[in-house]
Design a protein around this ligand. Structure first.
Ligand code: TRP
Length: 332
């Protein structure tokens, strides 16, 4: 069995994910698959960032459920607690301590320039809270607390990573070298469009297919999808390259894409046939996932235990870092 000791020389990967509840196939093809494949070569720490979620949440009624549903999906998909640490951010409270310390070495002007901050101000003008400005500082604390070196993220997070490097560089130069400068590892995120064929697949656009959906549920969702906008009648030849359903076939029906493309171009198959095939292939691809999820769900407390064990292992690292930080700063 692989574990942290047998990967002694491996670099440390850290990444955080907002608790968004049940995961969809966009999450799976983007982030989750990538995190699974990193587990064999690196010491991976994956964190459900519940404190970050508070910067945008208006109420926390669904928070615990969202954390659970996300964690069970990640475990069922193949995040292996024997190989990686998976835990919930607030369960290791030292991150808030390090956040406060980093906030003293971060000029406010750096934070006000961050593009995601400006976007959030536009999106929630009624709730421009202090935590929102400090979002990248907390993210830096996440990474630095565990001395993360490699951070798998999507492109939207690059400005945050740049800032994280600047903050740890500043700390290191003021108080002595404590932290590696974290490098982003861009996941070659295939852009997964939602069922509307316009926006990227996302909970907020209600254009997604959950990875835990039943075959029936998958089929219902696929049937609602938009297809090639130029194909109005069954006899019209289609344009697979403009079709969202075809794009999903590339991932879920890889062995038959050529055939599907040519059948579509010659109107040999209609959009309904094509969707039926897609629903079938998504459903069979996700079958082992559904089985593992059902097994995990049938063990009471399994998810809670994995997360508690993850927090214990993460906290051991966090305590060492905080001791070092305090010594370097003259707080001890
Ligand atoms: N900001 C990230 C997002 O919105 C989530 C996150 C929090 C994160 N802490 C992190 C990502 C640390 C990488 C490393 O997706």
């Amino acid at each position: 069995m692989l574990n942290f000791t047998s990967k002694l020389m491996a670099k440390r990967v850290f990444s955080g994910f907002r608790p968004t509840g049940k995961q969809h196939i966009g999450n799976y093809l983007g982030a989750i698959q990538n995190c699974i494949s990193l587990q064999n070569d690196y010491d991976c720490i994956y964190c459900v960032v519940d404190i970050h979620a508070l910067t945008t949440l208006e109420n926390t009624e669904r928070l615990q459920e969202d954390i659970y549903e996300m964690a069970i999906d990640w475990l069922a998909a193949g995040i292996d607690p024997q190989k990686s640490i998976i835990f919930v951010q607030s369960h290791v409270p030292q991150v808030m301590e390090l956040h406060t310390i980093f906030s003293m070495v971060t000029p406010l002007s750096w934070l006000l320039r961050v593009p995601t901050f400006k976007e959030k101000v536009k999106m929630q003008p009624h709730n421009v809270n202090y935590g929102l400005v400090g979002y990248p500082v907390l993210m830096t604390a996440d990474i630095a607390l565990y001395k993360g070196e490699i951070v798998p993220v999507g492109e939207d997070q690059l400005p945050h990573l740049e800032l994280a490097r600047e903050i740890v560089r500043r700390f290191n130069s003021l108080f002595g070298n404590a932290f590696p400068e974290p490098q982003a590892k861009l996941t070659s995120f295939p852009l997964i469009l939602g069922l509307d064929g316009v926006q990227k697949m996302s909970k907020s656009f209600n254009n997604y297919i959950e990875i835990a959906a039943s075959p029936q549920g998958i089929s219902e969702r696929v049937m609602t999808a938009f297809t090639d906008p130029e194909r109005k009648y069954r006899s019209d030849p289609g344009h697979p390259d403009m079709c969202n359903i075809f794009c999903l076939h590339k991932f879920f029906t890889p062995t038959r894409v050529e055939e599907i493309a040519s059948e579509c171009r010659t109107a040999g198959i209609g959009c309904v046939d094509c969707k039926k095939m897609l629903a079938q292939s998504i459903s069979s691809t996700l079958e082992p996932f559904r089985e593992r999820r059902a097994i995990i769900a049938s063990k009471p407390n399994y998810v809670a235990e994995v997360l508690a064990d993850g927090a214990t292992r993460a906290e051991a690292i966090a305590k060492d870092t905080m001791k070092e930080v305090k010594e370097k700063m003259g707080l001890l």
